[in-house]
Design a binder for this molecule. Structure first.
Ligand code: HEM
Length: 408
């Protein structure tokens, strides 16, 4: 693959659905063009960053590299209409607003903060594994387990009743969905707007209710947050709910299902985990490195600068490729080997710096709870059909993962 072909992996949703093509291209770029200018008629130009050290350095330096106005790669019309959606979330913010808004929910996402959800998460993990056991030894692990479980967790985190689940599912699919036709998403923009309006109305009610009668959940914390001694306005509050609902869903589903796919492809690692379930925590981090569910975020330079000697002018953007950085041969021993005991594992699957994933501990807790429940109960497991990955430019993993298994 030459550099030009390799650079095509960032603008073609099909490339992320083809692990061999993506990682083949990423390896070429890391070696031959680690700061690679990408020009494509459908996208505003950008530089693709594929080395672990460079992604870290840019993400660390948030005084030069801003999230606004282009936090993630989308086709030109999406770049141009970004301001039409009147909700600004943490990922579109920079200092001084960003740390202030992040602080509103931060304590809920610390290790001790997420521990208060421990019992509920364990109960949900058991419920989904029980469902697998009730089936006749076959299911689609993505459709039946991984795609729903994290959304129940988010719904619990926000303190919403389980009846809210279908609405949350539609929202995350519409607003954060992939570019994959199988995900049945209307890409006209209208349906995203409809979902947003519906969501707005629903959460306006939740916010008013929580302001009148505060409860012990994150939904209430957001509803009653104050900045400069003023309550959040309704759009800001809804923006917060949208972000948490969407950021915590497809990401975790992809990590959980992509992780199982990696175990199926590496039977020695499955056998190792099955023999020693105490490896679940390191296995989960290796799954996140391996799958890198978030494919990219972007930063835009606010001053002339350079990366690895390549000059980048103020106003130009870089794409931080987490899946490419997470297979960097200079950052990981045997970078292309799936090793469930990997230590240390300084992957960038959760990003780095000021915008480092807020939900890291929650995501780990969820994935660990599911595998802790699942691994000891599975006697055998194998693929029961072709595995398919989501065509996406942003977040993704398997969209079909048929399995056959026996359970205790
Ligand atoms: C395996 C699952 C997950 C992965 C791989 C993941 C990955 C990421 C990445 C790469 C970023 C951007 C970091 C950066 O720019 O440096 C991010 C941001 C974020 N994530 Fe996650 N995430 C996951 C789960 C979650 C969960 C469960 C939640 C919470 C409900 C969550 C909430 C957020 C939020 C709020 C941000 C924005 C933070 C900010 O801009 O300050 N994520 N995540």
């Amino acid at each position: 693959m030459n550099i030009e072909e390799a650079a095509g992996i960032f603008t073609d949703p099909k490339a992320y659905a083809d692990n061999e093509r993506f990682h083949g291209g990423a390896a070429v770029l890391r070696r031959e063009a680690p700061v690679c200018r990408v020009e494509h008629p459908d996208f505003n130009p950008f530089y693709a960053i594929t080395k672990h050290a460079d992604v870290m350095e840019i993400a660390r330096n948030h005084r030069i590299w801003l999230n606004a106005p282009r936090p993630a790669l989308g086709p030109k019309p999406k770049d141009d209409t970004r301001d039409d959606i009147p909700v600004r979330t943490l990922v579109q913010m920079d200092a001084p607003d960003h740390p202030v808004y992040r602080r509103i929910s931060a304590s809920w996402f610390t290790p001790s903060g997420v521990r208060r959800l421990n019992d509920r998460i364990t109960e949900l993990a058991k419920r989904f594994v029980d469902r697998m056991a009730e089936r006749d030894g076959e299911c689609d692990f993505f459709l039946d387990v991984a795609s729903h479980y994290p959304l129940y967790v988010i719904t619990s985190l926000l303190g919403l009743p389980e009846e809210a689940f279908p609405r949350m599912l539609t929202l995350t699919q519409e607003l954060f969905g992939s570019d994959d036709a199988d995900m049945a998403r209307d890409t006209s923009g209208q349906s995203a707007m409809d979902a947003l309006i519906d969501f707005f109305q629903y959460f306006q009610g939740v916010t008013e209710e929580r302001r009148a009668r505060p409860t012990d959940d994150l939904g209430s914390v957001i509803a009653n947050a104050r900045i400069n001694d003023e309550p959040l306005d309704m759009l800001e509050a809804v923006g917060y709910y949208v972000l948490l609902a969407t950021a915590g869903h497809d990401t975790t589903s992809s990590a959980i299902s992509g992780g199982l796919h990696a175990l199926l492809e590496n039977p020695d690692q499955w056998a190792r985990l099955s023999a020693d379930p105490s490896l679940v925590p390191t296995a989960v981090d290796e799954m996140i490195r391996w799958v890198s569910p978030v494919k990219q975020f972007m930063r835009t330079a606010n001053a002339d600068t350079e990366v690895r000697g390549v000059p980048i002018a103020a106003g130009e953007s870089v794409l931080l490729s987490y899946p490419a950085a997470n297979r960097d041969e200079d950052a990981f021993d045997d970078a292309h080997v799936f090793d469930i005991g990997r230590r240390p594992n300084q992957h960038l699957g959760f990003g780095f710096g000021a915008h480092y994933c807020l939900g890291t501990h929650l995501a780990r807790l969820e994935a660990q709870a599911l595998y802790t429940e699942l691994v000891p109960r599975l006697r055998s497991i194998e693929a029961a059909g072709p595995v398919e990955y989501t065509e996406t430019l942003f977040v993704g993993g398997p969209k079909r993962l048929p399995i056959r298994y026996t359970m205790a």
